[in-house]
Ligand binder design. Structure first.
Ligand code: C2E
Ligand code: CA
Ligand code: CA
Length: 276
């Protein structure tokens, strides 16, 4: 039995070691990728529910690995979070978006959504990171919206509250992303003063199939108005879904039905000529 225990221990140690090596090597590749500018941006339109008019975009990170090619963001984002690299990656993307949007004319009041990890809002550096982008957006009368996922609660520290307060004073808006999957309640929304709720796409795909989720979605508008937040529904793929949501009175929609995430050049063409 002793020999067996030792063997089991060795197997466990070996698998832990392999996992650690794999984790570090992904981290190393991401760090390398940031240095080599392998990450870039896509822009996905956000439209009014009623007329499908584009009123904003969400910036989505993309990675073209030199050997493996395109890597899905639902793989590399969690890997970057695990490796402690989500903040440098986001910082790089913000700079990139700043340069890109400098060259584009945007409709007044246009909002630009950027995904920010909860831990990043606990860092005073974020305020500095946003300043250059804000300068560009202000010139165009556009608004910066930071999308924070419900997956990880915002850290309850004084620093986080200060960062949020500073951003707010600079005119930055906050969106609670992936709404409907996690822990957020009325108090959480109030405490951080979210301006927008972005409903997780599972709720739209459940329309007409899952009455439990459909009821939650139907009730959300009233709740959101009581809380003074506006709702953005993600994952709209059909005209039927748009009709349903606009009749209900939802404000903003996002999804493949209106436009997929695209390069800035494509987005520009899409915006000014309706070509997808
Ligand atoms: P998300 O914030 O929920 O972003 C929306 C995701 O839904 C995007 O996936 C988008 O391509 C996809 N999507 C949009 N419309 C539709 C639709 O009609 N149907 C379906 N089935 N999907 C749709 P993507 O680009 O793969 O991003 C996945 C997630 O990775 C994002 O989810 C976000 O949480 C994260 N992410 C992406 N870029 C960044 C980033 O720069 N920073 C951080 N922290 N996270 C990011
Ligand atoms: Ca998002
Ligand atoms: Ca999501």
């Amino acid at each position: 039995t002793l020999l067996l225990a030792v063997l089991a221990g060795l197997v466990l140690a070996w698998s832990l070691l392999r996992r650690e090596v794999a984790r570090n090597s992904t981290g190393w590749e991401i760090a390398q990728g940031i240095r080599n500018r392998e990450f870039f941006t896509h822009y996905q339109p956000i439209v009014t529910a009623e007329h499908g008019e584009c009123v904003g975009v969400e910036v989505l990170a993309r990675w073209r690995h030199p050997v493996q090619g395109a890597i899905r963001s639902d793989l590399f984002i969690p890997a970057a979070e695990d490796a402690g690299l989500i903040v440098p990656l986001t910082r790089y993307l913000i700079r990139r978006v700043t340069k890109e949007l400098k060259q584009v004319a945007l409709p007044p009041g246009f909002f630009v959504g950027i995904n920010i990890a909860a831990e990043h809002l606990g860092m005073p550096d974020l305020v500095e990171d946003c300043k250059i982008l804000l300068a560009v957006l202000r010139e165009k009368k556009a608004v910066l919206v930071l999308e924070v996922s419900e997956r990880f609660p915002l850290p309850e520290h004084q620093v986080t509250h200060r960062v949020v307060q500073d951003l707010r004073q600079m005119g930055v808006k906050l969106a609670l992303d992936d709404f409907g999957i996690g822990h957020a309640d009325r108090n959480y929304l109030r405490r951080w003063g979210f301006d927008y709720l972005k409903v997780e796409k599972g709720y739209v795909s459940a329309l007409g199939k899952d009455s439990f989720k459909t009821n939650i979605l139907d009730g959300l508008l009233q709740t959101s108005h009581q809380l003074g937040v506006q709702v953005i529904v993600k994952g709209v793929e059909t005209q039927g879904q748009q009709n349903y949501l606009s009749v209900k009175g939802f404000e903003f929609l996002q999804g493949f039905y209106f436009g997929k995430p695209m390069t800035l050049n494509h987005f520009r063409q899409w915006l000014y000529s309706g070509i997808t």
